[in-house]
Design a protein around this ligand. Structure first.
Ligand SMILES: [Zn+2]
Length: 229
């Protein structure tokens, strides 16, 4: 929010209606949010630091994921759950801007040439009216002045909701779920995939692998507003 907008519309918490400070969430709710610490820089799972350095976790040492780094704003809990559910299930597309404003300062965007939202299948997008990951990517793109590529990759399989599946089922469920279309990725070498929440990371893995196979992109990061604990 710029100064003029702030003067015109002073920040007010969208959840409690209380006055807010930097963005539309009450300072108390902001304070209640936590960020992943001591996590593996590649996958964002817990991994203890040794000798002051961030260490790769065992899983990433054994088989490194398709992406080179994971960055998230917060853990998926408290007010953040409410905001993300509002955005996804209760027709609150305006929350995308708030979520982007809350998290943008935590992303190291050096070298990132484009943001690529994780696509929704066309049917699900039609039901919801929008792709929440795309809205978030667009808001982050505006704040960081990074272009967003939202049509370059499509979800060709309408996978059922991932929420209630085990990690193994999710993995199977996502087989060849994405298709790269057109030449939007030509000349790019470093991008960030953007999603609302990372749970197991399986969706982003699949997307990253498809992009690695079909394009010349060398570095793919995984960005999300939040990560489940
Ligand atoms: Zn890891």
């Amino acid at each position: 929010m710029n100064l003029f907008e702030k003067w015109l519309l002073p920040p007010t918490c969208v959840l409690t209606g209380e006055p807010a400070e930097h963005f539309d969430l009450s300072p108390l709710l902001v304070k209640g949010l936590t960020r992943p610490n001591d996590v593996c820089p590649v996958c964002c799972e817990l991994s203890l630091k040794v000798g002051g350095k961030k260490n790769l976790c065992g899983a990433c040492l054994t088989q490194s994921p398709a992406f080179c780094r994971t960055q998230v704003g917060f853990y998926f809990e408290g007010a953040l759950t409410e905001l993300v559910y509002g955005l996804k299930y209760h027709q609150k597309p305006e929350y995308a801007r708030l979520l982007a404003e809350m998290t943008v300062a935590y992303f190291d965007f050096s070298g990132i040439e484009a943001l690529v939202p994780v696509p929704l299948h066309a049917l699900r997008r039609r039901d919801r009216g929008y792709n929440q990951a795309e809205l978030i990517a667009k808001e982050l793109g505006k704040l960081l002045a990074i272009p967003v590529i939202s049509k370059g990759v499509q979800r060709i399989k309408n996978t059922p909701s991932q929420t209630h599946l085990t990690a193994k089922q999710r993995h199977k469920n996502l087989g060849s779920a994405f298709e790269v279309k057109g030449d939007d990725f030509e000349s790019l070498s470093h991008i960030a995939l953007v999603d609302d929440v990372i749970t197991t990371g399986a969706t982003m893995q699949r997307l990253a692998r498809v992009l690695q196979r079909k394009t010349n992109i060398k570095q793919i990061e995984a960005w999300a507003i939040a990560k489940t604990k």
